[in-house]
Design a protein around this ligand. Structure first.
Ligand code: ADP
Length: 512
């Protein structure tokens, strides 16, 4: 029996269906009770007959909804039968206004509100109200059509019993409805928590995986670098090594993007500020972009304000990441014409001393494929890439801009875009930066520093045979790579595979 009730009213059915069943069940209990009371008080068969039919109908409807899940159609049938047939019939066979019928009418209207929705609700509400009001009118003008209930005691008892039945019915329905909504709310809260936990676990997984993948890639990049440094390379080996270098860099940047994304999703992305030289930063990104622009025969214009301060405080690495992303996109999505980098600075009007924030604005303009107006609003979403057909050969994940935008916002700045489809785009990065040394850098004199260097040739900057370096890493390959890369500098390298071992070593020896 308990199992039967659970199946009938429990969580397994949709909420509206459960509500329908409970309303019908309560209505049939009410009708049974009313029928029994009417019989006890000796009301005529004509007065009790509609109740009997209603009980049977309601039972059939609960059964149909249970077996066939046709509760929507059943709801309409119930409302139409009750409000257009049984209640008006009762009105005329059970004493009209001198009975409890008005309260049944109220129950009929409550059913309309609870069981119907949309256009149908308005239709059913209107027809029910018209029917009930029509009963009153007809009853008033043609009193002879109403069969009286009998003596005063019957009238009073009918009214009282109806009032009690309907009040309890409505009360139970409301209580049940509240319970159902509370259950539903608890369930959705629980599901929300599960989804959050799942998402956190996923982010942690990606963060760990990306970290694990980066380690071997670094080994590949490092050891390949050793090959490239070798003096006796055949052209073929050098070419292969350069391909390995390029492929590993792509892989590394892909993994880094995924790692950044998962950090951002987990809310653990941190901005690490430090003092840096903006001129040096610009020089690095320009050097890297210049090679790519050159390969595609694109003009690369640079305009950097002489007012650029000598040193700023900010997250140099992240700013570089954003700039490289904007510049590499500009080159990637431009086939002919130019890419222009424009850097300006602006001091807010209330800036009093050098510690005040300065606004650094970097604009990257290209004469490339541009972005359609309707695509612009999705541009900064994760994994968004446009014009799949046209960009078939262009590598990318659609993560760069999403990450750049979030990074700029974490640093208190923003990225905006202006684009004309098929003509080109301008991306503008605006960042507030603290000024450490406000001396102007002056003429950027980029040209001299940019020309003529062979990107691929390793040049040893120094040797330091007396230097003592301690390399600490739990990954053996990482230690080997650092040791090998430093070999040409002749520095003395000690290796430690744990923090504990490193602490032991620094007690015995002074490291540089
Ligand atoms: P990716 O370049 O890896 O696909 P991004 O997030 O950097 O990812 O860019 C998302 C998309 O925005 C690109 O796939 C491209 O369709 C479009 N896009 C970005 N920069 C430009 C640009 N300078 N010109 C035209 N389209 C661009």
């Amino acid at each position: 029996m308990k199992a039967f009730f659970k199946q009938l009213y429990g969580n397994s059915s949709p909420i509206r269906e459960r509500l329908f069943r409970i309303i019908c069940s309560m209505a049939s209990v009410a009708c049974i009770f009313a029928f029994v009371m009417a019989s006890i008080f000796g009301e005529s068969l004509l007065a009790t007959f509609p109740l009997l039919v209603a009980i049977v109908m309601l039972a059939i409807m609960v059964y149909v909804s249970y077996k066939k899940h046709l509760y929507e159609g059943s709801s309409i049938i119930i409302i139409v039968l009750m409000n257009m047939f049984f209640f008006p019939l009762s009105f005329f066979t059970s004493g009209g206004v001198n009975s409890g019928i008005a309260v049944w009418f109220v129950l009929g209207i409550v059913f309309v509100f609870m069981l119907s929705s949309g256009k149908l609700f308005y239709i059913l509400l209107f027809t029910s109200l018209v029917t009930f009001v029509a009963c009153y009118f007809v009853g008033f003008f043609y009193p002879e059509l109403i069969i009286p209930l009998g003596d005063r005691a019957t009238v009073f008892s009918d009214s009282a019993v109806t009032m009690l039945i309907v009040a309890i019915t409505i009360g139970v329905i409301i209580r049940f409805q509240t319970r159902v909504y509370e259950d539903q709310h608890a369930l959705s809260e629980q599901q929300k928590k599960q989804i959050e936990e799942l998402s956190n676990a996923r982010s942690r997984f990606f963060a760990n995986m990306s970290h694990e993948i980066r380690t071997p890639i670094n080994t590949i990049v490092g050891l390949n670098e050793m090959t490239l440094r070798s003096e006796e390379l055949t052209d073929d080996i050098k070419e292969n090594s350069l391909y390995i270098q390029s492929a590993s860099k792509s892989l590394l940047s892909l993994v880094n993007d995924i790692l950044d994304l998962s950090k951002m999703e987990a809310g653990s992305m941190k901005i690490i500020e430090g003092v840096y030289s903006p001129a040096r930063l610009m020089r690095e990104v320009i050097n890297m972009t210049r090679v790519n622009a050159h390969q595609k025969n694109l003009e690369f214009n640079i305009s950097i304000t002489e007012k650029l301060p000598v040193s700023l405080n900010g997250d140099e690495m992240r700013i570089k990441q954003i700039l490289l992303n904007l510049l590499s996109n500009a080159v990637k999505y431009t086939d002919k014409g130019s890419v222009t980098l424009r850097v300006t600075v602006e001091y807010p009007e209330n800036a009093r001393d050098e510690k005040d924030k300065m606004i650094l604005t970097v604009q990257v303009t290209d004469t490339g494929i541009g972005i359609k107006k309707e695509d612009l609003k999705e541009l900064f979403n994760n994994f968004v890439r446009f014009d799949a057909n046209r960009n078939k050969g262009i590598q990318g994940t659609g993560l760069g801009l999403a990450i750049s935008k979030q990074l700029s916002e974490l640093m208190g700045g923003s990225i905006t875009v202006d684009s004309v489809y098929k003509s080109g785009s301008t991306f503008t990065l605006t960042l507030p930066q603290e000024v450490i040394d406000g001396t102007e850098t002056g003429d950027f004199a980029m040209a001299a520093k940019l020309d003529g260097s062979d990107e691929n040739r390793y040049t040893k900057l120094f040797t330091a045979p007396d230097a003592q370096i301690l390399v600490v890493d739990d990954n053996r390959m990482n230690r080997i790579v650092v040791q090998k890369l430093l070999r040409a500098t002749k520095v003395h390298v000690d290796l430690a595979d744990s923090g504990k071992e490193a602490l032991n070593l620094i007690k015995q020896k002074r490291y540089d």
